[in-house]
Design a protein around this ligand. Structure first.
Ligand code: ZN
Ligand code: ZN
Length: 189
């Protein structure tokens, strides 16, 4: 493998690659929540208030405060769940997971268990190649489009190594022999 031929020259004019706000701006986590889920959440909250204060029979004089607390907590809980569903529907896409399967899980499993399972099992967010902007999964060592090195690897067997390793733990290769030490490439570029 030729270590000296990354396509840096291309990087300047290849930024026109298609953009996706969910991958390109990982810090905008709250902005992932789509408008329909915010609207649904407000709608659900007001529907619960109407249910408790208009449709249900009027409370006994002594329990009016309790009725307000119940309507507020049920409204908040269900409204938050709508926001959560909206967030997951967008979050699942930037992690290269199956949107249909996970939305079904979250909607069908009772009491929010589907959402808990989702947050336990979700994959890391996709990133972009610093050189050509291709979308990359978290475990790639090289960009599939331009061979940009993304993680420190052994120059002989190309398995991952730690930046402090002197020898490859898989094949025993002396990492200092790599033409430009492979384990350092991603940090010096
Ligand atoms: Zn690339
Ligand atoms: Zn090796």
């Amino acid at each position: 493998m030729n270590w000296d031929a990354p396509n840096f020259a291309r990087s300047a004019n290849s930024r026109t690659a298609h953009t996706r706000p969910d991958v390109d701006k990982p810090e905008s986590d709250l902005r992932l929540i789509p408008w329909w889920s915010v609207a649904l959440s407000a709608l659900v909250f007001f529907a619960i208030q109407i249910l408790f204060h208009r449709i249900m029979p009027p409370p006994h004089p002594g329990t009016a405060a309790m009725r307000w607390i119940m309507s507020y907590s049920w409204g908040t809980a269900l409204a938050s769940y709508m926001l959560l569903i909206g967030y997951i529907s967008r979050d699942v896409k930037r992690r290269n997971m199956s949107g249909a399967v996970w939305m079904l899980m979250v909607l069908l499993m009772p009491a929010g268990i589907g959402a808990v399972v989702y947050f336990l099992l979700r994959q890391p967010v996709m990133t972009r190649c610093p050189s050509c902007r291709t979308e990359l999964a978290h475990d790639f060592h090289f960009c599939p489009q331009c061979s940009f090195q993304l993680a420190p690897v052994c120059g002989q067997c190309f398995r991952g190594v730690h930046i402090t390793d002197v020898f490859c733990v898989q094949c025993g290769h002396d990492l200092a022999q790599d033409s430009m030490p492979a384990r350092l490439r991603s940090y010096t570029d």
